[in-house]
Design a protein around this ligand. Structure first.
Ligand SMILES: [Zn+2]
Length: 249
């Protein structure tokens, strides 16, 4: 058992939450009951995840994508009202960490994603150093890397092959980090792996020869929240369960 405050203080310190300029508030987003025994982790605080947490009688939920983002006008209506109503009615604490959860050097989304492919980062790039770059265990091809991503993630990536060079230096950043592609190229990458692709990246890949892989925003961000939650659960003797809510994006 842990108190809500102990969990929040632990997460803030572990994830160095104060260091980041982010798109929404990191930390406790919705206050629930004061004591926590059961902790759910998930990617996004969607209604489906909250309903699953209610069904498991969770005391707290830890997610990467919380409820509040820059640009939202603050009205508690529609989907936001429904999600909040469920959390408040069942006194579930909602902890959300966005960029801090991407960036943690061992438990974060990027580190956990890279570890599944034996990529070890030796440098960072992009805004706030969020992108990771390192050498593959052995040089690979776009076809091999695409197949490895599909095996691990259970979905086919969108691949824009580069100039066919051996892929030695891999840059990656989970989620919607297609905008870091040019920074990845400048960091010396032979391939860039992220969650999403937008129109310009296909041209940059053709014109620079650096291969681009978009393997799913959700699919690429499934590993950080459960790793962090498991760490905290072990520290305080909590029950923990990661709940996967499928998302095609
Ligand atoms: Zn994301």
């Amino acid at each position: 058992m842990a108190t809500r405050g102990e969990i929040e203080a632990t997460l803030n310190t572990l994830l160095d939450a104060g260091r980041f300029r982010d798109y929404g508030p990191n930390g406790l987003q919705v206050e629930g009951r004061p004591e926590v025994c059961r902790l759910v982790s998930g990617v996004t605080a969607s209604r489906a995840l909250i309903e699953a947490a209610v069904a498991w009688r969770a005391d707290a939920v830890l997610v990467h994508h919380g409820l509040f983002w820059k640009g939202h006008d603050g009205r508690v209506t529609g989907w936001l009202k429904q999600r909040l109503e469920l959390l408040l009615a069942h006194q579930i604490n909602l902890f959300a960490y966005h960029l801090p959860l991407d960036a943690h050097p061992e438990l974060g989304n990027n580190a956990q994603f890279g570890a599944r492919f034996q990529w070890r980062a030796d440098a960072s790039f992009g805004d706030q150093g969020l992108g990771f770059v390192g050498s593959a265990a052995q040089p690979t091809t776009a076809a091999e890397l695409g197949a490895a991503l599909q095996r691990q993630l259970g979905r086919a990536p969108t691949v824009v092959v580069g100039d066919g060079r051996p892929l030695r230096r891999i840059a990656w950043c989970t989620g919607g980090a297609q905008g870091y592609f040019e920074a990845a190229i400048a960091a010396g990458a032979d391939a860039y792996v992220t969650g999403e692709i937008s129109e310009p990246q296909a041209h940059y890949a053709h014109e620079t020869g650096v291969a681009f892989f978009a393997c799913g925003h959700h699919a690429s961000e499934r590993y950080g929240a459960p790793a962090v939650a498991a760490h905290v659960a072990q520290q305080f003797g909590l029950e923990h369960r990661f709940i996967e809510i499928d998302n095609p994006a």
